[in-house]
Write a protein of this length. Structure first.
Length: 259
């Protein structure tokens, strides 16, 4: 019994017009490439026949194949000292001048501009710093004076400084003088109170036999006693001695041996 032939092996009829056109184009392209390759080979053979033979340059010294000549490539190690390394081509002088005048975002202003002079001026920075420090010191001083002085209500207002500056400044100085005199009087009273307490403690120790009484000495050349002096004056005491807060006599220590 005969074996049936599969359908995909049977011919489908004559080729269509598109198939014939594609086959013709492929054959024409193959013929064109073959002719061009032949022409190139012929031209190369003619040039090789007419040209001179190639001769290699004589080396300056023997270099084995394992150690060829080393090319010195620019790197940060062989860069000139004190100069930034440039990975790209060298910048010319004209480009450097243009870069120095170019304003880049987020960087220091270029030289020659007003902002560059302002940021690099020493005297402008000193003037700003001293102005801020003096303003802070003046504000702190006035605030402390108004909080601690009993004469703060006598100070003139800031508006009077514009109308009558001389009178305002003189009034401020007079109030300051009153404040200083008040503090001096208060400190003087505290010192006299301490001296009196020391003298009373000394008399108590002498009365109870805890300490011997010192003999009193009369000095004809006695000097006038300064009531405002913080050191208590004792009769018969020498000029180089003083009485401390405990009532003991101690020699006067001079500063630098002068006063």
């Amino acid at each position: 019994m005969p074996t049936p032939i599969p359908g995909f092996l049977l011919p489908r009829g004559p080729p269509s017009a598109l198939t014939l056109h594609a086959l013709q184009r492929q054959s024409a392209r193959r013929s064109f490439t073959s002719t061009s390759a032949a022409l190139k080979k012929a031209s190369k053979s003619n040039t090789n026949a007419n040209s001179k033979p190639r001769v290699l340059e004589k080396p300056d010294r023997f270099r084995p194949p394992s150690h060829p000549q080393r090319l010195v490539t620019p790197s940060p190690k062989n860069a000139p000292p004190g100069q930034p390394f440039e990975y790209g081509p060298r910048t010319t002088e004209k480009e450097r001048v243009q870069q120095s005048k170019t304003q880049y975002p987020g960087m220091f202003p270029p030289e020659g501009t007003v902002m560059f002079k302002f940021l690099t001026s020493k005297w402008i920075h000193i003037w700003i710093a001293m102005s801020v420090l003096i303003s802070c010191a003046g504000f702190t001083f006035t605030t402390n004076f108004k909080a601690t002085s009993p004469f703060a209500h006598l100070l003139p207002s800031w508006s009077s400084l514009l109308t009558s500056p001389v009178g305002t400044i003189s009034q401020v100085f007079s109030v300051w003088r009153m404040h200083v005199e008040h503090n001096s009087m208060r400190v003087r009273e505290q010192r006299h109170r301490r001296v009196e307490d020391a003298e009373k403690r000394k008399q108590y120790r002498v009365a109870h036999g805890l300490e011997e009484a010192e003999p009193e000495k009369k000095n004809e050349d006695s000097k006038e006693v300064d009531l405002q002096s913080p050191v208590a004056a004792v009769e018969g005491a020498e000029d180089k001695e003083f009485v401390d807060w405990e009532g003991n006599k101690r020699p006067v220590k001079k500063w630098l041996g002068i006063w």
